[in-house]
Write a protein of this length. Structure first.
Length: 349
């Protein structure tokens, strides 16, 4: 089976590529190599005969058509997206271009190819999205996002992803394109680009810098280890019901403050400071505009229909992640020089 993965040099995309290649799939990675992409994420499999890379920008339809026709995939897994909420606040146009227009382009390329090869039932277009399209939950932990939760996006990022979800469903309903969708909770783990909360906390702690927490730190997220997510995505791609969506969560809710304190405690254990504790560096900063209070995934459907559930607890995953960053400075150090990394974004309102 040949899978074309868009955004395969990104954080989640590279985890999918590594896992799929290790399981013997032929994998074609399409990536524009924008600021958050990193081909070093794929160093462990780049020489494998069942892996190939094409530098393709989803905003360029002709390039997508050429890649699809060249590689003739049995499935497309669409992960390419602009994903940092703070960047979407400062510069929403890139999110509209990539997440909406880019999704339209890959959908049309997929539809054209699928129709040209006879509309085979076994073809799949898997669109990977986020739980942020559902908006903000109350703090009552009995309430979670299901696949039937109405959409209520509240940032330029989540609005652009919601739009892309609607496009994918429309291409299924109108043209019959065999699609599956998935919406995930917050990912973390190895190769996480150093602008998101967990890698920022780890790297700032090691550098002796403040550990910024938005507002009072009470905002809650459900945390999903990226390698668990990659496993779930391949399962949805293979066995998900056409036209159906699947919520993928980690069953690991934590407030931002509790998460940062947990990371500090792990760093105290694995890489202790000569004086004091890492938690001493915690600093509360002005909140993000429109900051959603809580996300939580009800993953009953994927468990009942596909037999999938997460295997990595938050405590185990955070230990693995901290250890990985301690052992891989040669990966993250050059990325700190990229545009916007290490700066507070999302304040241009």
């Amino acid at each position: 089976m040949r899978i074309l993965v868009t955004g395969g040099a990104g954080f989640i995309g590279s985890a999918v590529v590594r896992l799929a290649v290790s399981r013997g799939y032929d994998v074609v990675n399409l990536d524009a190599l924008t600021y958050a992409a990193c081909l070093e994420n794929l160093a462990s499999i780049e020489d494998q005969p069942n892996y190939s890379f094409e530098k393709v920008d989803l905003r360029q339809r002709n390039a997508i058509d050429e890649a699809v026709e060249k590689h003739k995939p049995d499935a497309i897994m669409h992960l390419a997206a602009e994903s940092h909420v703070d960047r979407s606040i400062d510069g929403p146009e890139d999110f509209i271009d990539t997440n909406i227009k880019g999704t339209y382009n890959i959908l049309e390329a997929a539809r054209s190819y699928w129709e040209r090869i006879g509309r085979p039932d076994g073809f799949r277009f898997h669109h990977i999205s986020t739980d942020e399209v559902f908006g903000s939950l109350p703090m009552d932990k009995s309430v979670k996002f299901t696949e039937e939760t109405p959409y209520d996006p509240r940032s330029p990022y989540s609005a652009s992803k919601a739009a892309s979800d609607h496009l994918v469903r429309a291409w299924n309903a109108t043209y019959g394109l065999p699609v599956v969708l998935s919406n995930c909770s917050n990912n973390y783990g190895p190769y996480h680009f150093p602008e998101k909360l967990i890698p920022v906390t780890i790297l700032n702690a090691l550098a002796g810098k403040p550990l910024p927490i938005y507002g009072d730190g009470s905002n809650i997220r459900d945390w999903l280890y990226v390698e668990d997510h990659a496993d779930a995505l391949i399962e949805v791609m293979k066995n998900g019901q056409v036209g159906r969506s699947y919520n993928i969560g980690g069953n690991n809710e934590a407030s931002n403050l509790d998460l940062v304190n947990a990371l500090c405690a792990i760093l105290d254990e694995l890489h202790p400071k000569s004086i004091g504790n890492y938690a001493d560096q915690i600093t509360f900063v002005a909140d993000r505009p429109g900051h959603d209070a809580r996300y939580a995934i009800d993953a009953t459907r994927i468990q009942d229909e596909l037999g999938w559930e997460p295997t990595v607890t938050l405590e185990e995953g955070l230990h693995k992640t901290v250890r990985w960053y301690l052992d891989n400075e040669t990966w993250w150090r050059p990325l700190q020089q990229r545009e916007g990394v290490g700066k507070r974004l999302g304040t241009k309102v």
